[in-house]
Ligand binder design. Structure first.
Ligand code: UDP
Length: 208
């Protein structure tokens, strides 16, 4: 795959359709794959933080997320056709997951409120799951978790995800935290057929 180096990070020169094709291939071929939609904030933090630079260099796919990134690629003489954002990738991957029977897990967003109305009782991830199951009939949600658990609850979350065995894991904690979380999860998990992708605030969008 062709890349363009932006602030020290190789970004893949893919269209939306190309990115989906590459991700689908990885889901089918197995293994652990981290997908990063690189916005200017991530690329900027990578520029200053070697651990994030390392993470990006080890990611399976890094797409150009944001018009500034697309613009930078053009200036560098290696244009990228279009933005490939987390929310667009997620919508497209969920449509495929529903058809192919790939179980999905959503992690991130605000927790539900106890003793509230039924709608408010659901976490953002649960509400997004409910709406997305309506939108994509056949979609299997392997599980959800809200994004405000403490460090001491992380081990339990890892076990929850391991037990749920998702093929697709969507993580919405904001960048670059979600990318660091995926890296750490991949170091800890026993799952080996999984594609994980950081999606920023997409669960908020899908939930309301
Ligand atoms: N979030 C979370 N846990 C946190 C902080 C943030 O789950 O400790 C969620 C927040 O609820 C929101 C998302 O992360 O759904 C961040 O969205 P934002 O639009 O800021 O991220 P971006 O798309 O800019 O990366």
């Amino acid at each position: 795959l062709e890349t363009v180096n932006i602030l020290g990070t190789p970004v893949h020169r893919l269209t939306m359709a190309g990115a989906i094709q590459e991700i689908e291939r990885r889901i089918k071929s197995g293994g652990r794959h981290q997908i990063v939609t690189a916005n200017p904030e991530i690329l900027y933090s990578a520029h200053h933080d070697p651990s994030i630079r390392q993470l990006l260099s080890e990611a399976s796919l890094v797409t150009a997320d944001g018009i500034g990134v697309v613009w930078a690629a053009s200036i560098l003489g290696k244009p990228v056709a279009e933005r490939v954002t987390g929310i667009d990738l997620m919508a497209d991957l969920l449509a495929r997951a529903a058809k192919q029977g790939w179980p999905c897990f959503f992690y991130g967003g605000k927790p539900g409120r106890k003793e509230a109305s039924p709608e408010e009782e659901r976490s953002v991830a649960e509400e997004a799951a409910r709406r997305l199951c309506d939108r994509f009939p056949g979609l299997q949600i392997a599980g959800t978790a809200h994004g405000y658990i403490s460090a001491s609850e992380q081990a339990a979350l890892h076990l929850q995800i391991d037990a749920a065995k998702p093929r697709l894991l969507f993580v919405g904690l904001g960048a670059p935290r979600q990318e660091q979380w995926i890296r750490d999860f991949f170091r800890a998990t026993t799952l080996n057929d999984i594609v994980a992708i950081g999606i920023g605030g997409s669960l908020d969008v899908f939930s309301g």
